[in-house]
Ligand binder design. Sequence first.
Ligand code: NAP
Length: 355
Amino acid sequence: MTAPRPPIRVAVLGATGAVGQTFVRLLQGHPWFEIAEVAASERSAGKRYDQVTRWIEGDLPPAVAGLTVKPCDPAAVESPIVFSALDSNVAGEVEAAFAAAGRLVLSNAKNYRMEPDVPLVIPEVNADHLGLLDAQRARRGWSGGIVTNANCASTMAAVALAPLHAAFGARRVFVATMQAVSGAGYPGVPSLDILGNVIPYIGDEEPKIEREMQKMLGVLAGGAVQGAPFVVSAHANRVAVENGHTVCLSVEFERAPSLDDAARVLRAWTGASVVRGLPSAPESPLHLFDQDDRPQPRRDAMRGGGMTVSVGRLRADPLFHLKFVAMGHNTIRGAAGGSILNAELLVKTGRVGAA
Ligand code: NAP
């Protein structure tokens, strides 16, 4: 499709944090969207963005540096598309207020992900779930809406599992994660807690992984998502990696696939065709490695601009049927990049401006 002209004005809520900064970086030079507004807590509001932001990676884009940070209030923020990188303590109320005020909110927070009328979307996996927006508006009386993306570890696992589930029907899924420190935001985990260490607990992470994948791989019918009928057991670990969540999966299927069939299915998968050609869509949403020692976060997290999920170590599992490793960039594919792709899909499917 041709680029919207002029570009659509967008706001980033929680713009000062780790995910907020990733939004600001990824939206520089975006062909459809222009950052018009940044917003954060009362601590930051009223001050210049570059004065209140401890910028983490590369150079702070000059076009955003001088913006005055606004409060997270729809009376102060005008943009029709609102990317939310808010802490979950505040995301619930704030995102609802924006949706009620007619804005489309692309949320990274956990608050609305499992609400039955809220799409939880990875465009290549379940683009059609955006259809829930109609039910959401009718039920809540909102003229805008909320679209969420998943927990960052669930995203990597769901992309790797989606083609296999479609072909062979997942029944039981065992997941163990090794999650990067950037997943804890900024300043996040104290260095003396994580350097040379593994922390076998991430607050509320395992329950999120154990429920979100079924919704994403579920089927939309009659205005509701019927969750996929598999069970997930998750272990979540924080490791001393900067970016890139690694997820080890063992999966039992309804129809046991051979290794060759599983590899063929993974290699052939390109995701929903509606996503192809969107500005943030990677050439391949999933890359399957043959090498025994890949994927690795340092080498592979930025594959496809951080939007490709890398899969490897596909082998037979003596307990279940298959085991493999999935890895992807947590603040890009698992957060800001995923949200931007969701917004591009909303534009392409005519849902922006249709509120
Ligand atoms: P973070 O670095 O701690 O940033 C939190 C942001 O929320 C900051 O901009 C902060 O603004 C703002 N904020 C805090 N309290 C506020 C309030 N009362 N009112 C308005 N704004 C407030 O966290 P993060 O890692 O970027 O995560 C942001 C969200 O994305 C979370 O919900 C997280 O669970 C989710 N997420 C994160 C990742 C990841 O890999 N990091 C992946 C997927 C999803 P101030 O600077 O003004 O305090």
